[in-house]
Every structure is written in structure tokens, then in C-alpha cells.
Write a protein that binds this ligand. Structure first.
Ligand SMILES: [Zn+2]
Length: 287
């Protein structure tokens, strides 16, 4: 189980799944040969983030930020029992909550839930199925949703047609009175704040952790794979607004690439985090 220490803060990764992924799942213009070509120009991508067969090495994880007083769960994966059009994600029966408890974080100990955005793989464990109803998995937490993101998905079809992501994983939180709608630059506490990174979705945020002069960033999906660190102009098919997503990467990466900030990729294969450095027209991630 990966964890990182940022000053007085501990960040722990709880992995729901980790699998090689075909680039065609994500990128319209990059196939396996394209990945191999890009890795030849940016060899640091191998072996952690892509493999020599041209697959992307991806994971789905929740990152728990522990500040002492607070336990903030960032992104809640796919979840169990959800009816999903992607059969790999439908009616899962995984050990995620047991793994979380084994890491020292039983559900009732979580004080805040943060979703970088409201796509299917970031909200699933917001709720769990109890006696046929979706109930909050983290009963003592405030769930922080960015208002523009919440309003968008309330009235927009899910990323994958037919999935009722908002209905089974977001609306029940509001109905239980546990949701707080906040701004995209919200500050959760002294150590944890949001950085607006729109484009992938309208209210997408990254999460900034600062303590004792150390800093880390949790990317969310404004960068799915470090291929987009090497080439910030590379957008995925899942972006609501590809041009805005590109502009966001170009705008925020210079501030992240100071050589000391730990950049933790929400979907990056292990070891998942590193420091960013300018490299040609893009950047590289040093693990
Ligand atoms: Zn995602």
C-alpha cells in the first residue's frame, strides 16, 4: 500500500483496481504503436506508466489525506453493486472497504469526502447498497461537491449512456443531508485546498496539500496518464471540453514543475507520484 508524508500530513492510496489499459479506451489519436513511439521520445514513461507493448498502466484508487484532526477521502472509485454499462465495472464485489479499514481508515472515521469531479470512477463508494437502497458509505463525513460540477451532472447524461451515476452515487448524499456545495477554490483546512482545473469536466478540481513547507498535488483526471505530462496538448475522449483541458494543463503545469512538489496522479500506475520537471515542449515525471 503506497503512502507519502507531506510535512505533518500522511496520504495513503487505497487501490480498487490496477490494470493495463488499451490507449484506444482513452485517446482518439494514439494507439499502441503511438504509445511505443511516444515512450521512445520520453523513456521515463517506461516501465511504470506505459509498458513496452504500448498499454497504459492505470489504477483506480482513493487517496486518504490524514491531517491529524481530519481524514479526507479523495475520489471514491467505482464502488460495489453499481449497475454500469461497462461490464468490467458493473456489480463489482471488491474488498475496497476492507482494504480501507486494514489501512487504518474504517468508513465511520472519514471526516470529509472530496470528489475531484463526478465521473463514474470517482464517486462510486460515496454510497453502498443496504437493503436495496443507496446509503452514504461514510456516515460521519461531509461530502464536498463543487457546485458547478454538481449542477452540470444533475442535468447531463452520464459519461457512459445508461449509467445513473448521479442518481445512485451523488443524489443520495444530498438526500441524507451530508452534501456541501462549495466553490472550485475551496479550502478544506490549513493543509488542504482545491485548485480549479476545469476542462476535463466543468467543475473539475485538483487537490493541494501543504504542510511544513512541503507540497503535494492530487491531479484528478485533468491528467489521466503521464503521457499528458510529456505532451500537455494530448487530450482524452472523456473531456467535456478538450481545449479547456489543454489550456488548464498548460496553465498549471509550470507551477507544479518546481522540482519539489510531489505530483500524485489519480490514475497513474505505481509508484503513482513524482516530481515534475520541464522537458522540451512538455515535462517529465521523476519518481
Ligand atoms: Zn477517472
Amino acid at each position: 500500500m503506497l503512502s507519502w508524508t507531506i510535512g505533518q500530513v500522511k496520504i495513503t492510496s487505497i487501490v480498487e483496481s490496477e490494470t493495463p489499459t488499451s490507449p484506444r479506451f482513452m485517446f482518439a489519436d494514439v494507439d499502441k504503436n503511438g504509445v511505443i513511439e511516444r515512450a521512445a521520445k520520453a523513456p521515463w514513461l517506461l516501465p511504470h506508466f506505459v509498458n513496452d507493448q504500448g498499454y497504459l498502466l492505470q489504477k483506480i484508487q482513493c487517496l486518504v489525506i490524514e491531517t491529524g484532526e481530519r481524514r479526507i477521502a479523495v475520489d471514491t472509485c467505482i464502488g460495489n453493486d453499481k449497475e454500469r454499462s461497462n461490464e468490467l465495472w458493473s456489480h463489482l464485489q471488491g474488498p475496497f472497504l476492507d482494504d480501507m479499514a486494514a489501512a487504518g481508515y474504517p468508513p465511520e472515521s472519514i471526516t470529509h469526502v472530496v470528489c475531484t469531479h463526478l465521473h463514474v470512477d470517482h464517486v462510486g463508494w460515496n454510497t453502498r447498497l443496504v437493503d436495496g437502497a443507496w446509503v452514504p458509505t461514510f456516515p460521519n463525513a461531509r461530502y464536498l461537491f463543487v457546485e458547478t460540477e454538481h449542477e452540470h451532472w444533475k442535468t447531463t447524461e452520464s459519461l457512459f449512456e445508461g449509467d445513473d451515476v448521479f442518481g445512485d452515487s451523488v443524489a443520495p448524499i444530498s438526500e441524507a443531508g451530508l452534501a456541501d456545495l462549495v466553490e472550485a477554490d475551496h479550502r478544506v483546512c490549513d493543509e488542504v485546498s482545491f485548485q480549479p482545473t476545469p476542462g476535463h469536466t466543468p467543475g473539475h478540481i485538483s487537490v493541494v496539500i501543504e504542510s511544513d513547507g512541503d507540497r503535494a498535488i492530487i491531479t484528478g483526471d485533468m491528467t489521466h496518464n503521464p503521457l499528458q505530462i510529456a505532451d500537455p496538448d494530448l487530450s482524452t475522449m472523456f473531456d467535456t471540453d478538450s481545449d479547456a483541458a489543454r489550456s488548464t494543463r498548460r496553465a498549471v503545469f509550470p507551477g507544479w514543475a518546481d522540482g519539489t512538489t510531489l505530483v500524485i496522479g489519480t490514475h497513474f500506475g505505481s509508484p503513482t507520484a513524482g516530481t515534475m520537471h520541464p522537458d522540451g515542449d512538455g515535462y517529465r515525471l521523476q519518481v
